[in-house]
Design a protein around this ligand. Structure first.
Ligand SMILES: C[S@@+](CC[C@H](N)C(=O)[O-])C[C@H]1O[C@@H](n2cnc3c(N)ncnc32)[C@H](O)[C@@H]1O
Length: 158
């Protein structure tokens, strides 16, 4: 099932790298990112930026970043308004549809929030559906990169 994914303001490069690697593993050739935390520094930014990005590419994504187009979204509201398929938010909210019951459709855009804040309130009116991974323990919230792997496995598998 070809789907698209949007990383909304991830905060940590290891998580972002892990998501890029997983996306590539599952055959996605493009990912979208709202890079509010400047995790993807231009190589011309500084010597440290070049070193950080090289480390990210070689070590954390194990080279996967070379095979994925990373599409930075500067104006998320316009991007979401114009997106042709359904916009699906992953939310830590037990009133959202459980992942196991969810039927993905071609061209769904699955959106993942930031580690601290989740998704910002202002984009929620632009969302068509939301999904939740129910806990069987006491911890309701997963690491975003772990969530990404579980959701993508289900979406691609369908
Ligand atoms: C660490 S969580 C965000 C926590 C934030 N305090 C909140 O309540 O939204 C980071 C991201 O991982 C995903 N996520 C984590 N646990 C999830 C769950 N149980 N169901 C759905 N998405 C989840 C969502 O994309 C979320 O925005």
């Amino acid at each position: 099932m070809p789907v698209n994914v949007l990383f909304y303001a991830p905060q940590y490069r290891p998580n972002l790298s892990s998501m890029i690697r997983t996306a590539e593993f599952y055959g996605l050739d493009t990912v979208y990112i709202v890079d509010d935390n400047n995790l993807l520094l231009p190589l011309t930014h500084s010597k440290k930026a070049r070193a950080d990005m090289a480390h990210m590419a070689r070590v954390w994504t194990a080279g996967a970043i070379e095979f994925v187009t990373i599409n930075k979204i500067e104006d998320p509201n316009t991007f979401l308004q114009n997106y042709k398929g359904r916009k699906i938010a992953t939310l830590v909210d037990d009133s959202a549809q459980f992942l196991s019951d969810f039927e993905f459709q071609e061209d769904d855009l699955i959106i993942f929030g930031s580690e601290r804040d989740g998704l910002p309130e202002n984009i929620l009116p632009l969302i068509d559906q939301s999904i939740y991974l129910p806990t069987k323990g006491n911890t309701s919230c997963l690491n975003v990169a772990v969530t990404f792997g579980i959701v993508l496995n289900q979406a691609i598998g369908q």
